[in-house]
Design a protein around this ligand. Structure first.
Ligand SMILES: Nc1nc2c(c(=O)[nH]1)N[C@H]1C(S)=C(S)[C@@H](COP(=O)(O)O)O[C@H]1N2
Ligand SMILES: [Mo]
Length: 200
């Protein structure tokens, strides 16, 4: 079978052998989409926290976080503004590994980031091997504009759920909208069901 790796635009109607969700096209490069300035938190000041509905809050320093077992993940990413990239390669700590450190009855999670960005989803969307806290992309340390030192990676949902500069997960009993969800984006955001916007 021919290579399907990205880097050139797809023709309209070309779904790359079924790998492009409806309404998506291949990005030529790796676009940067940020609602505010890129934060630059020094690593000695960086921590990752699990807060909210937990038996006890947990916090890792950068050193502790980087000492956790990590995985390499190859996945396709899909932005709600219709660009996709295929076969992106990431390295990161499984969210399952971090959640193993707490006991929770939460049903939802809010990822929170330096700069104030937040995004919410059902907790089940980031468990079971579906999400990572990624610190490397395509073989390089994650560049600041793409969320370095670390970002949430939830590739099966639209990419706005993959919070850049993530600093923690707040576990919640009930759902609550994050930054874009407050502004009309979908609570779940499944690209295969084109869940771009909520309501109507
Ligand atoms: N902290 C933060 N995370 C964010 C965003 C943002 O503005 N701030 N934008 C989201 C959106 S809409 C997209 S498409 C991706 C873009 O990631 P990229 O800039 O690495 O392509 O990050 C998501 N995570
Ligand atoms: Mo996006």
């Amino acid at each position: 079978m021919a290579s399907m790796s990205g880097g050139f635009p797809s023709r309209p109607g070309d779904d790359r052998g079924g790998r492009l969700p409806p309404g998506q096209h291949l990005a030529e490069a790796f676009p940067v989409l940020s609602v505010g300035p890129t934060p630059h938190t020094p690593l000695p000041a960086w921590t990752f926290s699990i807060t909210g509905v937990v038996d006890a809050e947990r916090r890792w320093t950068w050193e502790e976080f980087r000492a956790l077992p990590s995985e390499t993940v190859t996945c396709d990413i899909h932005c709600v503004t219709t660009w996709s990239r295929l076969d992106t390669v990431w390295e990161g700590v499984p969210v399952d590994t971090l959640l193993d450190a707490v006991v929770t009855g939460a049903g939802y999670v809010m990822a929170f980031s330096d700069g104030g960005y937040t995004t919410n989803m059902p907790l089940s969307e980031v468990t079971g091997g579906k999400a990572w806290i990624a610190y490397s992309c395509d073989g390089q340390p994650l560049p600041p504009e793409h969320g370095g030192p670390a970002r949430l990676l939830v590739p099966h949902l639209y990419f706005w759920k993959s919070a850049k500069w993530v600093r923690g997960l707040r576990l919640m009993s009930g759902d609550s909208p994050g930054y874009w969800e407050t502004r009309g984006y979908h609570g779940l955001g499944d690209p295969w069901r084109e869940q771009r916007y909520s309501g109507g």
